[in-house]
Design a protein around this ligand. Structure first.
Ligand code: SF4
Ligand code: SF4
Length: 96
């Protein structure tokens, strides 16, 4: 069962496992990081870059979120080890 510590080596939920990360209209990220937000089909969502969230960086230390302190609510609610986490890992070919 993956823990927070495994997230740096995984990043599945921030990359290809999902196609979209929704943002509620009142969330601070919209004003603070406008280049990372897009408005599509009448709703806000995180911008994507090469099928990944545009806020994700990949370094030798692993994956990390450049707006971690201000990430959207849906990202905060996503729990390592949850069913959705395990599904995300499977989708990118990692053990769940
Ligand atoms: S899919 Fe799970 S283990 Fe992977 S980064 Fe997301 S929360 Fe962490
Ligand atoms: S904002 Fe951060 S935590 Fe949320 S999907 Fe993008 S990289 Fe992942």
């Amino acid at each position: 069962m993956p823990t927070d510590a495994d997230c740096q080596a995984c990043g599945a939920c921030c990359r290809e496992a999902f196609e979209q990360v929704s943002i509620s209209p009142q969330e601070p990220v919209i004003e603070r990081h406008p280049t990372l937000v897009r408005f599509r089909n009448g709703a806000f969502e995180l911008a994507r870059s090469h099928e990944r969230c545009a806020a994700l960086v990949d370094s030798p230390e692993g994956y990390s979120c450049t707006i971690y302190a201000e990430r959207p609510r849906s990202c905060r609610a996503f729990e390592a080890g949850s069913e959705r986490c395990l599904a995300a890992r499977r989708r990118v070919g990692l053990p769940a």
